[in-house]
Write a protein that binds this ligand. Structure first.
Ligand code: SF4
Ligand code: FES
Length: 256
C-alpha cells in the first residue's frame, strides 16, 4: 500500500445556475487526492467537500464511467476530455497532473450545446440529428433474412465498425473552432453507408442528417482536424470525406 502523499490542487470551475445565468469561474482547493483516482472521483471529493460546507455541489454529467456512454463532457485545461490521449473524462486519471497544479474545468462550449447547469450541457441536438436518419428500417415480421446471409467485405465491415465506436460525446464539436459536428455526423452516416443493409435509405439518410445538423446551428468544417485529434475513440477524418461524397451523389440523384 502506497503511503505517498496525494496531490494538492487548485480547481477553477465554471459555475452557472441555469441557461440564463451569465456564469463565472470559481476557485476551490482539494488536497491529498490519490494519483490513482479518476478525474470524476476527484470531482466527487470536491462535491462532498462543498456539501459539507453547505454549498451547492458542481453539476456534471456522467453515467458509465467506463468510456462507453459519452456523457462525461468536460473541457479540462483547454482540452476536451483533458490531457489524456483517446480517453474520456471518466477514464482520465489524476496521475496526469502534478502536485500544486491549477486545473481549469469548463463545459463544452457551442451554440448547439447550451449549458443547462455548471458543466452539464444539452446535447439533444445530437439526438435530433440521429432521429433524422441514423437508423435502418428492417422487416421484423418473422421472415427476416439472417444478417449473415449478406456478404460484407472485410475492409468495409472493419471501417463500419470503427465508425460505430463513436460514443456521441461531443468532444469533436467542443474542440472545433467552428463548433462543427461533421466528425460525429459522418461517423453515424458511415457506419450505415459501408454496409449493404444501409444502402436502402442511404440517400435520404445523408441529406436528412446533414439538413438537421445545419438546423441545429453547428458550424462548418474547415479541415482543421482538431476533432480527430481530440476524439476519445479515434474516429477518422476519412468519415467526413465519405459523408461529403455520399452527400454530393445523393444531391445529384435525389429529387430533394
Ligand atoms: S466523433 Fe469522437 S469526439 Fe465526436 S462524438 Fe463521436 S466519439 Fe465523441
Ligand atoms: S461516464 Fe460514460 S463515457 Fe464517461
Amino acid at each position: 500500500m502506497s503511503t505517498a502523499k496525494g496531490l494538492d490542487l487548485t480547481l477553477k470551475v465554471w459555475r452557472q445556475k441555469n441557461q440564463n445565468d451569465k456564469g463565472r469561474m470559481e476557485t476551490y482547493q482539494v488536497s491529498d487526492i490519490s494519483p490513482d483516482s479518476s478525474f470524476l472521483e476527484m470531482m466527487d471529493i470536491l462535491n462532498e467537500q462543498l456539501i459539507e460546507e453547505g454549498k451547492e455541489p458542481v453539476a456534471f454529467d456522467h453515467d458509465c464511467r467506463e468510456g462507453i456512454c459519452g456523457s462525461c463532457s468536460m473541457f479540462i485545461n483547454g482540452r476536451a476530455h483533458g490531457p489524456g490521449k483517446r480517453v474520456t473524462t471518466c477514464q482520465l486519471h489524476m496521475r496526469q497532473f502534478e502536485d500544486g497544479d491549477t486545473i481549469h474545468i469548463e463545459p463544452w462550449r457551442a451554440t448547439a450545446f447550451p449549458v443547462i447547469k455548471d458543466l452539464v450541457v444539452d446535447r439533444s441536438s445530437f439526438d435530433r440529428v440521429m432521429a433524422a436518419g441514423g437508423f435502418i428500417s428492417v422487416n421484423t415480421s418473422g421472415n427476416t433474412q439472417d444478417a449473415n446471409a449478406i456478404p460484407v467485405e472485410k475492409e468495409d465491415a472493419d471501417n463500419s465498425f470503427a465508425a460505430a465506436t463513436c460514443i456521441g460525446c461531443g468532444a469533436c464539436v467542443a474542440s472545433c473552432k467552428n463548433a462543427s459536428a461533421m466528425l460525429f455526423v459522418s461517423a453515424k452516416v458511415s457506419q450505415f453507408a459501408l454496409l449493404p443493409q444501409g444502402q436502402v435509405e442511404a440517400q435520404d439518410r445523408v441529406l436528412n442528417m446533414v439538413h438537421q445538423m445545419d438546423l441545429e446551428g453547428f458550424g462548418n468544417c474547415t479541415n482543421t482536424g482538431a476533432c480527430e485529434a481530440e476524439c476519445p475513440k479515434g474516429i477518422s477524418l476519412e468519415n467526413i470525406a465519405r459523408m461529403n461524397r455520399e452527400y454530393l451523389s445523393a444531391g445529384i440523384t435525389s429529387e430533394k
